[in-house]
Each structure stands twice: as structure tokens, then as C-alpha cells.
Design a protein around this ligand. Structure first.
Ligand SMILES: Nc1ncnc2c1ncn2[C@@H]1O[C@H](COP(=O)(O)OP(=O)(O)OP(=O)(O)O)[C@@H](O)[C@H]1O
Ligand SMILES: [Mg+2]
Length: 269
């Protein structure tokens, strides 16, 4: 296990893409976030981004998460992975233009899963790059799976695995809402009554998780409910998780700097 304490930032596909469309990047948001990452200048940071409207629709259309069933899916797997590299390219362009020494690490080239869970992870390139203060950038991806041929590996699962492997003190999850609510703040049924939970402990989160509905739209990695489930091992390992709104200027900058921000802080105890 690495002794270096790292910080993991996930930029959600909900923030950097328009999830109601397909292949729709929010380039102004990407640029602002790249500037915030540059300004914060955090060493030992790992960035992971989600798929949004680049990953989910193609993955859903081709049933990639469910694994190999017929050869027609091969082009779908290739497409899903490729669309993720396109979104990743936009993120990398912006980070590098803002002076961040960011290096893309494709999860499909260094990770495999078994029935959807990370099974192998070649860490050497990432570790060596971090030693030199590069910023590694990973993303939710279509990956090879030892049991089902292939699947979708979510950015959220990658975040949690990295936090455990690299002893992260802090995880920051940027999404398109202010944090974790007691009900979906975007659902017309709960929109008006949903309350933000500023701070919760792991035991309370476990209780609350049963009440958070899984999305039934194009999302293939379980939305907020899937995210929380993935974060449990990292929380158990001692990392704190801050969920905050990456669409609000300076939230991610302040979160990286450890400043108090609007959002949800989840801790073990
Ligand atoms: N209790 C809740 N509190 C906060 N958000 C919730 C809750 N229940 C559902 N959500 C929904 O979860 C969404 C965020 O999860 P989602 O997976 O869509 O984002 P993401 O992980 O940033 O995107 P991607 O999976 O593309 O990376 C919010 O847009 C919100 O509508
Ligand atoms: Mg998600």
C-alpha cells in the first residue's frame, strides 16, 4: 500500500456533459474546472471523470455492462470506449491548455474486471507519474472482464479503488446538484421538498442508501445510488467524501483547498 496520502477528484459526467442528449460536452464547464484544478495546485491529486452523454447512451444501446452475448456488441464496445476517449480528449485539452501536467491513463489498458468488479490493475505507470507530480486522469470506461467478456467500469468504482490503493484522505465528487439530498432534487415529485444533507456518518449513509432510487434512464452505473454503493469501501478505509456541485464556480477549487463549501461531507465516524 502506498504511504503517500493522495486526493481524488471525480468530475461527474452530469457536470461536464448534458446527460439529456448524446455526445454533448459542456466545454465551458470543462474549461472552468481545468482552471480551478490549475489554481488549486494540489500535489498527489488523481482525477477521474465520468461518462455522461458520451458513455452511458452507447453502453446502454449495446448492453455493454451485461457482458458479451453476441458478436454485434463488439462494435458497440469499441464505440463506447472510443466515445469515452473523445470526452477524455476534451478534458485533457483543457487541462493542458491551462498549464496542468495531466496525463491520461486509459482504464481499459490497465484494468480488468471479474463480473464487473476490478480484478487486475497495473499501477506502475500511475505510481511513477505521480512520483513526478503529474496529474493522472482516468475515466469510466468499457473494459475486458474475465468472466463476462467485457463490461462497464464506472468512474465511481475507479475512484473508490484508487482511494483504497493510494490511501486517499479526501475524495471530492463533483456532480450537477449541491450534494446528497434525502430525495432526488431533480425528480419533479421530490424537487420541492428534498433537503440537502450537509454532513452524515457512514452508518447513517448505509441506512439511507435503501431509500435512494436507482435511475431508470440511460444511466448504466446506478446514478447517485450506484455512486454511494461504490464509495463504501473508500469510506470504510478512512477517506472522507465530499459531494458538491461542480457547476457552481469555485466549489471544486475550494473543495480541493479544503475550504468549507456547500455540499455533503460523508465520514466513517
Ligand atoms: N438523493 C439524491 N441526492 C442527490 N442527487 C440524487 C439523489 N437521488 C438521485 N440523484 C441524482 O443523481 C444525479 C447524479 O448522479 P449521476 O450518476 O447522474 O451523475 P454523475 O455520476 O456525475 O454522472 P456520470 O455517471 O455520467 O459520471 C443527480 O443529477 C441527481 O438528479
Ligand atoms: Mg454516475
Amino acid at each position: 500500500m502506498s504511504q503517500v496520502e493522495s486526493v481524488i477528484l471525480k468530475i461527474g459526467g452530469s457536470a461536464i456533459t448534458d446527460k439529456s442528449g448524446e455526445l454533448e460536452a459542456k466545454t465551458q464547464v470543462i474549461d472552468r474546472l481545468a482552471e480551478e484544478v490549475h489554481k488549486a495546485n494540489i500535489k498527489q491529486l488523481i482525477l477521474v471523470h465520468g461518462g455522461g452523454s458520451f458513455g452511458h447512451p452507447s453502453a446502454k444501446r449495446n448492453s455493454i455492462k451485461e457482458g458479451f452475448r453476441n458478436p454485434n456488441q463488439l462494435i458497440g464496445f469499441a464505440e463506447t470506449h472510443h466515445f469515452m476517449t473523445v470526452l477524455n480528449g476534451l478534458v485533457m485539452d483543457s487541462l493542458i491548455m491551462h498549464g496542468v501536467p495531466a496525463v491520461s491513463i486509459s482504464p481499459s489498458s490497465c484494468m480488468t474486471t471479474e463480473k464487473g468488479r476490478i480484478k487486475t490493475f497495473e499501477k506502475a505507470p500511475l505510481k511513477m507519474l505521480m512520483k513526478m507530480d503529474f496529474l493522472p486522469v482516468l475515466y469510466g470506461d468499457a473494459v475486458a472482464d474475465a468472466k463476462i467478456g467485457f463490461t462497464i467500469l464506472s468512474g465511481d468504482q475507479i475512484v473508490s479503488a484508487l482511494a483504497v490503493q493510494f490511501n486517499a484522505r479526501r475524495i471530492i465528487m463533483g456532480v450537477d446538484v449541491d450534494g446528497l439530498y434525502d430525495a432526488d432534487p431533480k425528480d419533479p415529485k421530490s424537487q420541492k421538498t428534498a433537503k440537502l444533507l450537509p454532513q452524515i456518518k457512514l452508518v447513517e449513509l448505509r441506512r439511507l442508501m435503501n431509500t435512494i432510487a436507482r435511475p431508470n434512464d440511460a444511466d448504466v452505473t446506478g446514478g447517485m445510488s450506484g455512486k454511494l454503493a461504490e464509495l463504501l469501501p473508500a469510506l470504510d478505509h478512512g477517506a472522507s467524501v465530499t459531494i458538491t456541485n461542480a457547476l457552481k464556480p469555485d466549489r471544486i477549487y475550494k473543495a480541493l483547498k479544503g475550504e468549507l463549501i456547500e455540499g455533503t461531507l460523508i465520514e466513517k465516524g
